[in-house]
Design a protein around this ligand. Structure first.
Ligand code: F6R
Length: 233
């Protein structure tokens, strides 16, 4: 694992440099994307570079990590809505090349079709990740087997509490989500994980140097050969 530690602004720019280099070298790259507060600085920087003509998403394909069960694309807390607003609608990407799991189709067939679509696209070049306070990756909560592929999961109380800030009240936070599995994530050729703020410090330490255990899902990244972790001080 390579650790890059600087200010939040600088690590967003350094992570954006990685995407710039990838898209220079491979304009039809496949990107695994994340939502949440952490990647907002990176997305803003990618939008800025695209508007300045420094990068193009014109041939890129994307797969997002996860989506809430029960929320459709028009819901302002759905992850499809988040991605459209914070990235896709502001860059030159082809919308039909962007994929977010459906929160409305929770069938096993839809889950395996998502994994198959990633494979058919050639696999993910860079998977972007945040980390939950409990160590979740995507919505793979503690206890999820490392071999999991895309699946429907029940969100823990701690995750629902953490995400309450985006909803009017706790009971409006969905109870389930569809998420890429840990194996799906680990299949990416490169992983960029970003974590900002003191609240993430303890779990980042466990991820980087604690036991590799499903009780800390992010610890599985110690087993991946190509992980970059972007942190603020
Ligand atoms: C988002 C996702 C989650 C978040 C994590 C951190 O697509 O899969 O794992 O990355 O919950 O969220 P923030 O960045 O809001 O602290």
């Amino acid at each position: 694992m390579k650790l890059i530690i600087d200010t939040a602004e600088k690590v967003a720019a350094l992570a954006a440099d990685r995407y710039t280099a990838l898209l220079d070298q491979k304009p039809d790259a496949v990107l695994g994307l994340a939502t949440g507060s952490t990647p907002l600085g990176l997305y803003a920087e990618l939008v800025r570079r695209c508007k300045a003509g420094q990068i193009s998403f014109g041939r890129v394909t994307t797969f997002n990590l996860d989506e809430y069960v029960g929320l459709d694309a028009a819901h302002d807390q759905s992850y499809r809505y988040f991605m459209n607003t914070n990235l896709f609608d502001q860059v030159d990407i082809r919308k039909d090349a962007t994929h977010v799991p459906s929160g409305l189709d929770t069938s096993a067939a839809a889950a395996s079709a998502y994994d198959e679509a990633i494979k058919a696209a050639g696999g993910i070049d860079i998977q972007l990740l945040g980390i939950g306070n409990n160590g979740h990756l995507g919505f793979n909560e503690p206890g999820t087997p490392f071999g999991s592929t895309t699946l429907v999961v029940e969100l823990t109380d701690s995750t629902r509490q953490a995400y309450k800030r985006f909803f009017a009240s706790l009971d409006q936070v969905p109870t389930h989500a569809v998420t890429m599995g840990l194996k799906t994530i680990m299949n990416a050729r490169c992983i960029i994980l970003m974590a900002l703020g003191t609240a993430k410090a303890e779990i980042v330490k466990k991820m980087v140097s604690g036991d590799v255990t499903p009780l800390v899902p992010a610890s599985v990244l110690q087993l991946h050969p190509n992980v970059e972790v972007y942190l603020d001080h």
